[in-house]
Design a protein around this ligand. Sequence first.
Ligand code: HEM
Length: 344
Amino acid sequence: RTPSFFRDETFRGDFTFENSPESIRRFPFPFDRDQYMYAVNIEQHMPGPPKSATAFPIDIDEHYVAEMADRAKVLAEDPLRCQSLPHMITAEWDLLELLMTSMARDYPQWFSLHRDGDRWHWVNRPLGIDQRFTFGDAATLPYGPMEYVTRQCQGDFCLLDQRDDNLWLDAGIVTSQADWSLDFDLGMNFIEWHGPVPRAHDMGIFERALKFLLNLQIGRPIRRLNWTMTINPRLDTSPENYHRWGIDRTTVTPENVGDKVHLRVELQALWRLPRSNAIVFSIRCYLIKMRELVTVPKWGRRFHRVLRDLPADLADYKGLTNYRATTLEWLAPYDDGAPTSPGF
Ligand code: HEM
């Protein structure tokens, strides 16, 4: 095997996932102050600094090949992780265009796309794929257009249909989710699928966010960060597989915190799609173990404070109540009590 930028690693079984020092430096640390509360934390999806997670609209990193292998395993076991209602086919093609053009433009060393009218030629070197197809003709691809392109792109994707002043979750591929189910949520609207979230409904957050999204313009994507915690670097923490990973939450000890407990950050971006007027919602998951996190002193200090002061209902909802105290004890030596300044 020739050495490669892409890591050979697993997100299940022996859990060999790790971040390189470069990957730690570019981790999208989500806290801009020492406390956390829900907010309408939406900003324009503008290019960030070179090499950062937001340098390009679609972020491909060293975990790409391993993540795509994990997605293929999830889909082989459970095809319902990828579903699309019939009226979403135009949005699927919109998504394929968005991802292929972004990836080929921003990572020409790995991907290329040649278009001659509706005759397209896509090359994906890391995954060894060379595909000619007719844009708009699903019979010329081995999967539907959404499934085809998202088997080759990191992150989960939801396609939202807009009608009746609401957004409807009518298609998606969801294999690396923080404990929610596409099969359960398919066909629900924005307010319905957010039903289980504590506080945010009463704070008016979903009402304001929805209003904002209904006016999302073509070519002006937006993004936000969300976070939770996960035991072991497991991408597929789905309700469908809860019997496999739920028990992990009871296995955290003072000895294994540094390696087992992960901060899980979702970089979520939303684009208006041109042909369908649908919206695509991408959920790109970044994992970092506590031992890696504390190599950046201001992150260790701040995360200790955020976790310590997180309201109990949010901690319960995020599923981290079981191992919170053990993690806090482990983090405490990394918090020297120094004041921090707002910002990342
Ligand atoms: C949680 C989907 C946009 C705020 C969730 C959950 C889902 C979801 C499935 C988990 C709910 C559960 O427990 O079952 C989506 C989709 C979106 C979207 C498909 C695309 C339109 C937004 C936006 C906001 C937002 C724009 C802005 C405020 C939240 C919050 C949570 C949440 C605060 C709780 C997260 C946590 O505490 O870990 N979302 N969401 N969502 N969503 Fe969204």
